[in-house]
Design a protein around this ligand. Structure first.
Ligand code: FAD
Ligand code: DHB
Length: 391
């Protein structure tokens, strides 16, 4: 089989890239290890920054976000006995949207179906070859067990943090940075109306907690737990008690409503950046090139921002024989990657207990500054609501 762009991975980065290329008349084939049902049901991100929604609007994919999503002006930041609202719209003129990654993935899949996109789901043994030549290709075993070869002009690794593409960049040119945090998140999806109108990020001596949501009837909540914590040690009752304590149930009349827990899991937390994001005819986008800890909701948005840069670069390279944007892709994308890497680390270290009382005293000072100084609040708001594409 032959295509212009072979895309490895049908997560948000791969699907959106195929859409952006498709509307400009560039062909792609998307190959994915999991089944489509699995990819579309995977519960992950929930916050879209304003530039992500602007991009979806620009390519005709924003309708469902506007119809079914929920626009938030800001967030609450709190610590025991104090809750402060940061209004991003007042601070920087931009909002964020609550819209599940599951919904976005389904919207993208439907849009690609409407354009006749070629997919291969449930593949195995994916490998990329000859990326230093002008004739790269991908090999894999398809869902029927038949070995396949996909020839392309370029290969794009949108295969997440555990896919094979990143390690296809030779070690002699690859540089990586990593920070593993000594804590994890326990994430819960609960069938109960959110107890708040906007997200609550809570600092607490017992550990961080976050109250997010997916809809008027579904809440998404997170607790800081020890790295390596087992979900078996966290009964539903223990989870609700910890959430109630950390989120301030009973303070100033605020109450956390409990409900049936539909899903719970423990997520490790790390920062990781791999440079360059292009080698020869292989380009990397999204989690394939970088991971951020989830505090600050940047991962999905960063994957979208990568693809927003990469699509026009590939269109210019393949349709107009102009390599300039493609040559600049890695350096340009990495500017935003490092900004988001810093912001996610900053939010994470401001809000999680490290066990060191000096850290806790600094955190309290920082939280007070961010919530009482216009400059401090605007810095958080500018990063959270999202810098313009191309920053
Ligand atoms: P992925 O979504 O990981 O997609 C990669 C795809 O490649 C997968 O479908 C995978 O199956 C496929 N693949 C892997 N290996 C192969 C192979 N060998 N062959 C073929 N295909 C392969 N981000 C935010 O912006 N906001 C949030 O609120 C937020 N919350 C999060 C909450 C949680 C609990 C988690 C886990 C993440 C969260 N994130 C958030 C991060 C966000 O989900 C990711 O950054 C995002 O999914 C990245 O998209 P991607 O397309 O780059 O990678
Ligand atoms: C969600 C996840 C985050 O990491 C975050 O900072 C905010 C919200 C969520 O899943 O809703």
């Amino acid at each position: 089989m032959r295509t212009q762009v072979a895309i490895v991975g049908a997560g948000p980065a791969g699907l959106l890239l195929s859409q952006l290329l498709g509307v400009e008349g560039v062909d792609s084939v998307v190959v994915e290890r999991r089944s489509r049902a699995y990819v579309e049901a995977r519960i992950r991100a929930g916050i879209l920054e304003s530039s992500t929604v602007d991009l979806l609007d620009a390519v005709g994919l924003g309708n469902r976000v506007h119809a079914a999503g929920d626009e938030h002006r800001g967030i609450y930041l709190q610590w025991p006995h104090e809750r402060h609202h940061l209004d991003f719209v007042d601070l920087v003129g931009r909002s964020v949207w609550v819209y599940g990654q599951t919904d976005l993935t389904r919207d993208l899949g439907a849009a690609r179906d409407a354009h006749g996109q070629q997919f291969a789901y449930e593949i195995s043994d994916t490998a990329v070859h000859d990326i230093e030549t002008e004739h790269p290709y991908v090999t894999y075993r398809d869902s029927a067990g038949v070995d396949q070869r996909l020839d392309a002009d370029v290969v794009v690794g949108c295969d997440g943090s555990f896919g094979p593409c990143r390690s296809a960049v030779p070690e002699r040119v690859r540089r990586t940075w990593e920070r593993v945090y000594p804590y994890a998140w326990l994430g819960v999806l609960a069938d109960v109306a959110p107890s708040t109108d906007e997200l609550i990020y809570a600092w607490h001596p017992d550990g961080f907690a976050l109250h997010s949501m997916r809809s008027a009837t579904v809440s998404r909540l997170y607790l800081q737990v020890d790295a390596g914590a087992s979900i078996d040690d966290w009964s539903d009752a223990r989870i609700w008690d910890a959430l109630a304590a950390r989120l301030g149930h009973g303070q100033d009349g605020w109450e956390l409503q409990r409900g049936p827990i539909a899903e719970k899991s423990v997520l490790p937390m790390r920062s990781h950046v791999s440079e360059p994001m292009r080698h020869g005819r292989l380009f990397l986008a999204g989690d394939a090139a970088h991971i951020v800890p989830p505090t600050g909701a940047k991962g999905l948005n960063l994957a979208v921002a990568d693809v927003a840069l990469l699509a026009p670069a590939l269109v210019a390279m393949l349709r107009k024989n102009d390599p300039r944007l493609a040559d600049a892709y890695s350096e340009t994308a990495l500017r935003r990657v490092w900004r988001c890497t810093h912001f996610s680390w900053w939010m994470t270290t401001m809000l999680h207990q490290s066990g060191d009382p000096f850290d806790a005293a600094l955190q309290q000072s920082q939280l007070r500054w961010v919530t009482t100084s216009g400059a401090g609040a605007a810095g958080l708001a500018e990063n959270y609501a999202g810098l313009p594409i191309g920053f």
